[in-house]
Design a protein around this ligand. Structure first.
Ligand code: ZN
Ligand code: MN
Length: 174
């Protein structure tokens, strides 16, 4: 299935220019107390469900869908529902603890990495992988200032093509 080349902006947090480009960090080392504080800063309660969803998200680089997060977290919390997983994901995104990548076919993936980085997406299997990098100094500001009056709150750069597994089976002629 072919999606549009320029997916909509998901979370603005995904996209702001890097403040400290050399530093790559995830929330993997964030302890429970820090997660609690981050949630409470946004007026949200710490819950076991939110913590489990958060732990799974920061521990994977697979950019899972809500269904995939549900299947994984259910192993730890058998009683959790898909609706609770979905709401937990949206809460984490709202608190800027995770990033939502939305696509024009209505699908979404979640990213526990909130530091600046790009993505490459396979047009055949849908896999999304991290690509290091950020725009050059001043590039974001230049684009923002030439955006025909748009109020720009972020950007996403996505490379697309075919992952090694799919490319091995042959790629369509460009
Ligand atoms: Zn693929
Ligand atoms: Mn990512």
């Amino acid at each position: 299935m072919r999606r549009s080349l320029l997916p909509q902006i998901g979370a603005a947090a995904a996209a702001l220019p890097p403040k400290n480009p050399g530093r790559m960090h995830t929330h993997a080392d964030m302890d429970e107390q820090a997660l609690r504080s981050a949630l409470e800063c946004s007026g949200q309660r710490f819950t076991e469900q939110r913590a489990a969803v958060f732990r799974f998200l920061v521990g994977t680089d697979s950019h899972p869908s809500a269904d995939e997060v549900f299947l994984a977290v259910r192993r730890e919390l058998p009683g959790i529902s898909l609706a609770t997983v979905y709401k937990s994901l949206e809460t984490l995104v709202g608190c800027k603890l995770a990033v939502k990548l939305t696509y024009s076919d209505g699908s979404a993936r979640y990213d526990g990495r909130t530091d600046p980085h790009h993505h490459a997406r396979c047009l055949k299997c849908g896999k999304v992988v991290d690509i290091p990098g950020h725009l050059a100094d001043g590039e974001f500001e230049y684009l923002r200032d030439h955006a025909n009056g748009f109020i720009v709150i972020g950007y996403r750069l996505e490379l697309y093509g075919y992952c090694p597994d799919c490319a091995r089976e042959g790629v369509p002629a460009a």
